[in-house]
Design a protein around this ligand. Structure first.
Ligand code: MSP
Length: 489
């Protein structure tokens, strides 16, 4: 089976943060789980490089927008490598191929495009047109730190309003599945009010950093309208084989703040093009830091690199997948991270591996003998992955880790070993107990492949040949105490 999964494409006007990392990791689990099932996978991610925000940031830094996006997109790529993200492609919206295909798409949408005057506000931070009725009066004042731009300009509009009912229908009947239900209800409430036509271009004289509107030298495409297209341009829409073979996407992963773009505007574009909608849209929550919203102005942004440097890739993936609720917002704190590392990774998983390997070494010279991978019912793990409930999937796997530790405590292989001298049968019994432990660990390792790929591979390497190959050091070495909290500004 073919399986296509995407992340949203972040703006690259600043350094990648843990929120971006969360989305990459979650999507990576879906891609790795699909590959493990034997699917043929395309996993794409990328960078959203046009728009006002990038222009303003570049100006502040005294460089060109192109220099900025070249510099910053490589930071995102290197973070992905550090997180062991297995994306097959990284699309940049300044890629010539994307720009050319975006123009093809624009032309294909022309029956739903018309020119009109836009009078209202523009929110640069969100790259969003804000009509008077929805605007925050405080931000209309020029001295507000996040003041809107006042716009009165000739734009192209997309007839989104005409798709309201169709979109409502596919979300309600589940053919376009929005997960979790809270987000589905949220978008249904928006649809109930009815969608308005949206502005989809900017005059070049005000913003010339964008994809030119075909046939109009004075206009560029609105950044969101063009960025959404990346999900099909990356597959070579319209004529590419990948588009033919992999669209519609199985899952598109986005954060809660961009729900409306992906559950209303994107479906409208696809319906106008006459092509199917993604099967599932998974909407994750946002990460707070020590209970507070992360923001550059509060000075409480944790760089993913700080965590990675101290704990490494899999512990990072583990914390964000298990302790940030998959269907809600979640919090990062160094304390919570450290206790998950020590208690769950080192003491529960690490210990089960370590003591099993050590006992096979000590009592059987490293020979495991015959063993079969254990076969507990893994359906709940797979179902939770399908539902993008990564936290629950890991809870299920950890039930097995805990179950194994409990088994070891009760079976007490060290006592069986002591009595071997007296009773020869006990050698067989000991071999069975240890083989069962190994079988459980091999099953756990298999289930962990999508979540903690390196750890899973290390565990398998210890036992898979039938003769224990001890790990160098330990799986999860004791970490140093957390660094002091960053200074408040
Ligand atoms: N460029 C647009 C997406 C275009 S997709 C065609 C964008 N970029 S973004 O950089 O602002 O956000 C990228 C993703 O990161 C979004 O899914 C967003 O929800 C997510 N996050 C941003 N801050 C976050 C947290 N604090 N926590 C979790 N995810 C966060 O929107």
């Amino acid at each position: 089976m073919n399986y296509y999964v995407t992340t949203s494409i972040p703006y690259v006007n600043g350094e990648p943060h843990v929120g971006h990392a969360l989305e990459f990791i979650m999507t990576d689990v879906l891609a790795r789980a699909a590959r493990q099932r034997g699917d043929n996978v395309i996993f794409t991610t990328g960078s959203d490089e046009h728009g006002t925000k990038n222009v303003q940031t570049a100006e502040r830094m005294g460089i060109t927008p192109q220099q900025l996006v070249d510099q910053m997109s490589s930071r995102f790529i290197s973070l992905m490598q550090d997180l062991n993200i297995s994306n097959d492609r990284f699309i940049r919206t300044t890629d010539k191929d994307h720009e050319r295909r975006a123009q093809i798409i624009w032309k294909a949408l022309e029956k739903d495009i018309y020119k009109a005057k836009y009078v209202g506000w523009y929110d640069v931070k969100e790259e969003e047109f804000v009509p008077e009725s929805k605007a925050d009066p405080a931000r209309m004042k020029a001295d507000h730190p996040q003041a809107y731009q006042k716009l009165e300009e000739e734009n192209y509009f997309f007839r989104l309003s005409s798709y309201t009912e169709q979109i409502k229908k596919v979300i309600t009947d589940g053919s376009f599945r929005v997960v979790p239900d809270t987000r589905r209800n949220e978008i249904l409430a928006v649809l109930k009010e009815g969608l308005e036509d949206i502005s989809i271009s900017r005059p070049k004289e005000k913003l010339d950093w964008g994809v030119p509107v075909p046939g109009d030298k004075d206009q560029v495409m609105y950044v969101w309208f063009e960025a959404l297209m990346n999900y099909i341009t990356v597959l070579g829409y319209p004529e590419g084989d990948d588009f033919k073979n992999f669209w519609p996407a199985n899952v598109q992963v986005v954060g809660k703040d961009i729900l409306r773009f992906h559950a209303a505007i994107w479906p409208g574009i696809l319906m106008s093009l006459g092509i199917p909608l993604p099967k599932q849209l998974y909407v994750h929550g946002h990460i707070t830091l020590d209970g507070k919203k992360m923001s550059k102005s509060l000075g409480n942004v944790v760089a993913p690199g700080q965590i990675l440097e101290k704990y490494g890739t899999d512990p990072f993936r583990y914390y964000f997948l298990r302790h940030i609720p998959s269907y809600n917002d979640g919090d990062f704190s160094w304390d919570a991270f450290e206790s998950s590392y020590n208690n769950e990774l080192a003491n529960e998983l690490g210990n089960a591996v370590q003591r099993t390997a050590a006992m096979v070494m000590k009592y059987q010279n490293g020979n495991i003998g015959t063993f079969n991978q254990a076969e507990h019912d893994s359906t709940p793990v797979f179902q939770n992955i399908e539902d993008c409930r990564f936290d629950r999937a890991l809870d299920e796997i950890w039930d097995q880790v805990r179950g194994l530790n409990q088994y070891i405590d009760e079976a007490k292989p060290w006592q069986i070993a002591k009595s071997i001298e007296k009773k020869k049968d006990d050698a067989d019994h000991l071999q069975e107990v240890l083989a069962y432990q190994v079988g459980c660990l091999m099953e756990i390792a298999d289930l962990l492949v999508p979540f903690l790929p390196d750890t899973a591979a290390k565990i398998k390497a210890v036992f898979e040949t039938g003769v224990v190959r001890p790990i160098q050091g330990t799986l999860f070495p004791k970490a140093e105490p957390a660094p002091p909290a960053p200074a408040k500004e």
